[in-house]
Design a protein around this ligand. Structure first.
Ligand code: AMP
Ligand code: ZN
Length: 488
């Protein structure tokens, strides 16, 4: 099946051909190589950040389907050196490493709850400093970059076709980049590849004979990590639309000039913003909801990650997506209804070709969802279940909700047309779960006790968090036993 993708570089939707095919590699050796800019790990990810993770997860699944699992390499980096990280660690009185490690674990758990597969490689910036320095030295040697005042700067004027991705006039680029005017810059557009570190900031030996210690700029991190894991040129580069300029433009400048190539990646893909009342959801705007909040409790209830995933996919990835309670509730209701019928249905072996065809048309997920409705309406539940599995919907969380004995309480928020109560509260205030759920909780507690015994505290915390998502709060008693109660 022909895969068509919209390419920001050409502003066109075109048939995709892996570079390995174009370069005449035998199909058995093909790798479709994809890089997506990942999170800066200083705080919980918000649901706007979840959008590229979900969108490129769907693309990853599709590529694996079309080319075979062993023929796709997906790299999503972790930015673990950044001024925001330094500031937050100082604020919280913990080390940078503690902060980035904790935040990364949280991110990993959050996106797993959204049904996203882990990428093949999740490189960390701090583990690729040598590659960054190598690139920087190459750029200096080839006169694309220069040293000034213990900084290394990329000289934009040295690259003939700088700006090919964003296609903006120069004055607009200057305004958009909020360029820092510094006396040592040859040109205001020049951007930082390396900068000196102040006391208490992470610091490494600098490249290009600079005596003071320093740290990398943000853009060079992605050029170095994509090079290390995918090579000088690769197939697909993705991220949110806000990254087109300056981040991706500068990645292109660095990589193309360091390797003397005409392309960094052949296809550049960007998701639109998730917005609230017409405004981009962002930490700085203060209008954000974290993924974790949603999973734990938002507007009175925990929401299954699948409901968020489904809700995202109802809008085409390049369109802006308006975040509303109503749409999320509706998405949850659809899944609830479907899984009520799919519970005991075995999936067919193959994902229906209409679903693959919809996704192959530049990830047309609204069309893909229309196909799911069609399968549902025609009672083709085996293929439908196969399609849902393929798309990252296991139904596990929704079915877990279904397992709970429920009894609507007055004034309770109704999810999916059913009250998603996690428990039955009796008149005397006591609480009861159904047997299957009791068993599940007991199993979790035994697994956690075993992890604690083995001093695997990461695992025991993970289980505690998983139970918390179910509304179960654990209490470790002095006598070594663990009891639990329902969150109020
Ligand atoms: P950041 O941590 O801000 O660098 O963002 C991580 C990823 O999330 C990038 O690919 C951003 O483009 C993307 N992103 C941030 N905010 C939004 C939003 N409101 N809607 C969609 N994508 C976003
Ligand atoms: Zn990047």
């Amino acid at each position: 099946m022909e895969l068509k993708l919209y390419n920001t570089l050409t502003r066109e939707k075109a048939a995709f051909q892996p570079l390995d095919e174009l370069n005449g590699r035998p199909p058995a050796d093909w790798r479709v190589r994809m890089y997506v800019c990942g999170p800066t790990v200083y705080d919980f990810a918000h649901i706007g950040n979840a959008r590229p993770v979900i969108v490129f997860d769907v693309l990853y699944r599709l590529l694996r389907h079309l080319y075979g699992k062993d023929h796709v390499k997906y790299v999503r980096n972790i930015t673990d050196v950044d001024d925001k990280i330094n500031a937050r660690a100082a604020e919280r009185g913990i080390t940078i490493r503690e902060l980035t490690e904790q935040t990364y674990q949280n991110f990993k758990d959050d996106v797993a709850a959204l049904g996203c597969l882990p990428p093949d490689v999740e490189p960390r910036a701090t583990q690729h400093i040598e590659e960054m320095k190598t690139l920087i030295e190459r750029l200096v040697k080839a006169d694309f970059a220069y040293v000034a005042n213990d900084h290394v700067l990329f000289h934009v004027a040295a690259m003939k076709d700088y700006g090919a991705l964003s296609k903006r006039p120069l004055d607009e680029m200057i305004a958009g980049a909020r360029v820092e005017v510094a006396p040592y810059k040859r040109d205001p557009m020049d951007f930082v590849l390396w900068k000196p570190s102040k006391e208490n900031e992470p610091a490494w030996d600098s490249p290009s004979d600079i005596k003071t210690k320093g740290r990398p700029g943000w853009h060079i991190e992605c050029s170095a990590m994509s090079w290390k894991h995918l090579g000088e040129t690769f197939d697909i580069h993705g991220g949110g639309i806000d990254l087109v300029f300056p981040h991706h433009e500068n990645e292109i400048a660095q990589s193309r000039c360091a390797f003397h190539t005409g392309l960094m990646a052949q296809v550049w893909m960007h998701n639109g913003f998730l917005q609230v009342e017409g405004e981009k959801m962002a930490k700085s705007a203060g209008n954000f909801i974290t993924i974790r909040q949603l999973l734990n409790k938002w507007k009175g209830h925990p929401w299954p990650g699948e409901a968020l995933r489904f809700n995202m996919l109802r809008t085409h990835y390049r369109q802006p997506l308006d975040w509303t309670f109503h749409a999320l509730d509706e998405s949850h209701k659809i899944l609830w209804d479907w899984y009520g019928q799919l519970k005991n249905v075995q999936p067919n072996a193959d994902c229906p070709k209409e679903i693959v065809a919809a996704l192959s048309d530049d990830l047309n997920t609204p069309q893909m969802i229309a196909e799911l409705h069609r399968l549902h309406n025609s009672g083709d539940l085996g293929p439908m279940r196969a399609a849902l599995n393929f798309l990252g919907f296991s139904g596990e969380q929704i079915n877990l909700q279904r397992n709970y004995v429920f009894q609507p309480e007055a004034g309770q928020l109704v999810l999916g047309g059913q009250s998603a109560v996690l428990k039955v509260t009796r008149a005397d205030g006591s609480v009861e779960f159904d047997k299957a759920t009791q068993q599940k909780i007991d199993n979790h507690i035994s697994a956690r006790n075993a992890a604690r015994k083995a001093k695997d505290f990461k695992e025991s915390d993970r289980i505690r968090d998983e139970l918390a998502k179910m509304g179960v709060v654990l209490k470790d008693n002095k006598d070594g036993t663990t009891t639990w109660e329902v969150a109020r």
